[in-house]
Design a protein around this ligand. Structure first.
Ligand code: SAM
Ligand code: SF4
Length: 362
């Protein structure tokens, strides 16, 4: 069955998943033997920044409130994921998750849950950190474990140009307080855009080493405003390494440290700055689709099995129609079973998803 869902943003195709051949397992397995254990929950599609790689200058039409999962629905879906589907890690994202008023309450409720192994899941937040300074303590108390903070430049003008808002001070303050209250390790995410912040690799690493944060560069992916990404112009993982090696002594840490994490890690030797680590997530040039363990829940209650997938499976509608936890879990399993082998960015005919990153949940 195929239908079109009106989202207030470009429409997407929703398909009833074909589960033929699926083994009888409660876990979120797919046809290539991968198992989804890391749940990304998008809490909103709204944002207070307009990062050039993510959002158009004018923003995107936000979903109306009645098309968004409410706090109770989010908590219910997370509990199904933990109880029935083998999820071990929860990350809240968006849009900007700090714009969700119920964040502390959602975190608090999830912190009392355990997964199928009887273990409390690791809970983290991916955020631009605006306003985090005021909320970090409460989030820690509610049970949040750690934060990933997006800071793409520590130069005020470059940050303002890239995010289209002059808010670097707030983001830096947010990271500092997160560190102080123990939302650690604080990880900093940075995307380098050609001609915008491509001279910021070393200053960002120096800033992170000085403050005890772990920096992760993410290769710029074709998920922002249409036409803004060009494969040939991208700053690749290789380029980033070359830039860093001019100023720092790096040693690859290898796959034993990496585990299933998409970041390749390097140790940074002590020099002008303290020793530390830096990671590069080479999503485009060295894709890690073969070990991907993610499943994504959008703010309007759809499952996306891949950032780049063209299909979404709706859970919100069936939940509002009275579906049981077991029925919801079954459809979620089906959504993951049909996950493709890879994102295919380099394939001829690659199609950018209809939704931008802020609406999918990065
Ligand atoms: N607003 C929060 C933030 O910025 O951290 C959470 C949502 S944001 C969509 C999640 C992550 O996606 C951020 O680290 C951001 O840098 C990354 N991101 C957004 N658009 C991207 C793109 N086109 N390529 C690579 N990473 C991107
Ligand atoms: Fe907002 Fe995060 Fe997208 Fe920047 S990357 S526009 S902070 S959602």
């Amino acid at each position: 069955m195929t239908g079109s869902i009106s989202l207030g943003i470009p429409s997407v195709r929703s398909q009833e998943p074909d589960v033929s051949g699926r083994p009888n397992t409660p876990l979120l397995t797919d046809r290539f033997g991968r198992i989804g254990r890391d749940l990304r929950v998008s809490l909103t599609d709204k944002c207070n920044l307009r990062c050039q790689y993510c959002m158009p200058e004018e923003g995107i039409d936000p979903l109306p409130n009645d098309r968004l999962l409410n706090d109770d629905e989010i908590v219910r879906l997370i509990s199904i994921a933990l109880d029935k589907l083998g999820i071990e890690e929860i990350r809240f994202t968006g849009g900007e998750p700090l714009l969700r008023k119920g964040l502390e309450s959602i975190v608090g409720q999830v912190s009392h849950m355990t997964n199928h192994l009887g273990v409390k899941p690791e809970m983290s937040l991916t955020t631009n950190a605006l306003g985090l300074a005021k909320r970090a303590g409460k989030l820690k108390e509610a049970g949040l474990d750690r934060v990933n903070i997006s800071i793409d430049s520590i130069d005020r003008e470059v940050y303002a140009k890239l995010t289209r808002r002059d808010r670097l001070k707030d983001a830096v303050e947010g990271a500092k307080v997160a560190q102080e209250v123990g939302l650690t390790p604080v990880k900093v995410n940075a995307v380098l855009m050609p001609g915008v912040n491509d001279d910021q690799a070393s200053p960002l690493l120096a800033f992170c080493l000085d403050n005890g944060y772990e920096l992760r560069f993410i290769e710029y992916m074709p998920l922002g405003p249409r036409g803004s990404w060009k494969r040939g112009d991208m700053i690749t993982a290789e380029d980033i390494l070359d830039m860093l090696e001019k100023d720092f002594t790096l040693t690859p840490l290898g796959d034993t440290v990496r585990g299933t994490s998409p970041a390749e890690l390097w140790g940074v030797a002590e020099g002008e700055h303290p020793a530390g680590r830096v990671g590069i997530i080479a999503s485009v040039t060295r894709p890690f689709c073969g070990t991907c363990d993610r499943t994504r829940l959008t703010a309007d209650g759809k499952i996306r099995n891949c950032l780049f997938g063209q299909s979404e499976i709706d859970l919100m509608g069936m939940m509002r129609d009275g579906a049981s936890d077991d029925e919801i879990a079954d459809r979620w399993r089906g959504a993951m079973w049909i996950k493709k082998a890879g994102h295919g960015i380099d394939d001829e005919g690659f199609l950018q998803p209809d939704r931008p990153m802020s609406a999918i949940g990065g």
